[in-house]
Design a protein around this ligand. Structure first.
Ligand code: ATP
Length: 236
């Protein structure tokens, strides 16, 4: 069943049009990777879905139109966005950042969930009272994802989670995302430069070019597609 359906989505910045009528749908529980060159509009797509920039077209999530909702209401509807650059509060502790993610929820619920997510990210548990700004890049990314999960999303939007991380840390993070999906059935839309790794845990991938979807296929087919391999996966 489709959890997210997007039709004719347009968005940009002031007079600059970046997305030119995107159509896409995601099934419940699916991981979809967005590939595309720098400036193709990947970040803009996530911002348009999460309502952090204005957009036109229709976005239906879990049977309801959300394209007219403010960013805050999109979160309340069940979509959490981890932006590029992570967006954690550097002066707050790890625990305070995690609790902020649960501001819409009862404290008993939030406490139970905090335990659940910390089980996926044990390094954070060891650093609960440490200032977020003093975490390593990988730990900050784990924190940003944990905070987003505390919103209890049905759809997680991840913008280049591996940015600036060492290859081994990236591999761990991507594997943890796969575990989270396996255990929770969460739906994940992920923009990731490390396309090899992302496609390894994804069901589907799509290619954005100049603000339009030019290809959408299963992850396995994309890995086997010569052009995708040459341009995005670094094979000759
Ligand atoms: P990258 O892989 O480099 O992150 P991207 O595919 O995510 O690229 P976007 O960040 O969505 O691309 O940018 C698409 C276009 O929109 C680019 O030309 C960019 O310069 C422009 N753009 C992005 N953010 C803004 C902004 N806040 N104001 C004006 N233009 C912007």
């Amino acid at each position: 069943m489709s959890l997210l359906t997007i039709e004719g989505l347009q968005a940009g910045y002031g007079a600059r049009h970046v997305l030119h009528g995107i159509n896409l749908s995601m099934d419940d529980g699916q991981i979809l990777v967005v590939l595309g060159a720098n400036g193709a509009g990947k970040t803009t797509l996530l911002r348009a879905i999460s309502g952090t920039i204005s957009r036109t077209g229709s976005i239906t999530f879990d049977g309801k139109r959300i394209d007219q909702l403010s960013a805050r209401r999109v979160v309340a509807a069940g979509i959490a966005h981890v932006p590029q650059g992570r967006g954690t509060f550097a002066d707050l502790t790890v625990d305070e950042n995690i609790r902020l993610g649960a501001y819409l929820r009862s404290s008993a619920d939030a406490k139970r969930d905090r335990e659940r997510w910390l089980a996926f990210f044990p390094r954070l548990r060891e650093r609960l009272s440490q200032q977020a700004g003093s975490l390593s890049g990988g730990e900050q990314q784990m924190l940003a994802i944990t905070r987003a999960l505390m919103v209890q999303p049905r759809l997680l939007l991840l913008d280049e989670p591996s940015l600036g991380l060492a290859p081994l840390i990236t591999r761990d993070l991507v594997n943890t995302l796969a575990e989270i999906r396996k255990e929770t059935g969460m739906t994940v839309l992920i923009v990731e430069q490390n396309a090899n790794l992302a496609l390894a845990i994804a069901d589907d991938g799509m290619v954005l070019e100049s603000g339009s979807v030019v290809l959408r296929d299963s992850a396995a087919n994309l890995v086997g597609n010569d052009e995708v391999r040459r341009i995005y996966l670094g094979y000759e």
